[in-house]
Design a protein around this ligand. Structure first.
Ligand code: AP5
Length: 219
């Protein structure tokens, strides 16, 4: 079962991909996480990517496409994959088709998470991340037990540099202009499944897992 989570920033792709991949033993492949690691380590890729990420712009395709292809090829056929935040435009989608074909992977479904702009802004500007274990919190919707500290590893929580209101608005604009067209691309391939992501984490999770169970039975 190989799937894509598509949707605007703040739709909850990462939250759902994290839970579902852990529960089902799938590989969670997030280009945002891969790029943030490269920025943190200070690799040449990270240094170039950072200039785009801090402005809320897409990192150029030539920097992203190859790292995803490499990551999928390293996965072998051992685990099913959830792609989170990739592809982000038509060029990346076509490159992904080629990669999957060359590695004999079949794409089973594309879940498109829809949220209002208002919800996305509230979720992102209130998000806190753990720099140690990557756990994700929200000051209102998913607060840690002790304010400012990670429940899992106790590290001090941080905000992502691109989660300020100005950059979030830019990211939403970029999504509309460059990524939203992928909905048509995958609809034409009969792979698209729309998810109302403007609901509680648990409700979204139940909808996606139900659809996955159905798909598994149909396979
Ligand atoms: P990336 O890290 O992929 O960010 P994004 O797409 O903007 O998505 P987010 O992680 O912000 O949102 P999400 O939908 O995953 O929501 P989450 O579950 O975290 O990309 C960052 C940057 O990297 C890009 O801007 C770009 O520069 C670059 N990049 C990445 N991929 C690229 C690519 N393919 N090509 C080019 N450039 C690329 O949830 C958000 C918050 O809401 C959390 O606090 C969470 O706790 C809370 N929350 C989640 N669900 C709910 C819910 N149902 N109810 C209440 N709160 C919720």
């Amino acid at each position: 079962m190989n799937i894509i989570f598509l949707g605007p920033p703040g739709a909850g792709k990462g939250t759902q991909a994290d839970a579902i991949s852990k529960e089902r033993g799938m590989a969670h492949i997030s280009t945002g996480d891969m790029l943030r690691t490269a920025v943190e380590v200070g690799t040449p890729l990270g240094l170039r990517a950072m200039q785009y990420m801090e402005k809320g712009l897409l990192v150029p395709d030539e920097l992203v496409v190859d790292i995803v292809a490499e990551r999928i090829s390293k996965n072998g056929q051992q685990k099913s994959i959830i792609l989170d935040g990739f592809p982000r435009n038509l060029n990346q989608a076509k490159a992904l088709d080629e990669t999957l074909k060359s590695l004999s992977y079949k794409l089973d479904a594309v879940f498109c998470f829809a949220v209002s702009e208002e919800t996305a802004i509230a979720r992102l500007t209130g998000r806190w991340m753990c720099p140690g274990c990557g756990a994700n919190y929200h000051q209102k919707y998913m607060p840690p037990q002790q304010q400012g500290k990670c429940d899992k590893c106790g590290k001090t929580l941080q905000q992502r540099p691109d989660d300020n209101e100005k950059t979030v608005k830019e990211r939403l604009k970029v999504y509309k202009k460059q990524t939203a067209d992928l909905v048509n691309y995958y609809e034409k391939k009969s792979l698209l499944r729309k998810v109302n992501a403007d609901r509680e984490v648990k409700e979204v999770y139940e909808e996606v897992t139900k659809a996955l169970d159905l798909l598994t039975r149909e396979k």
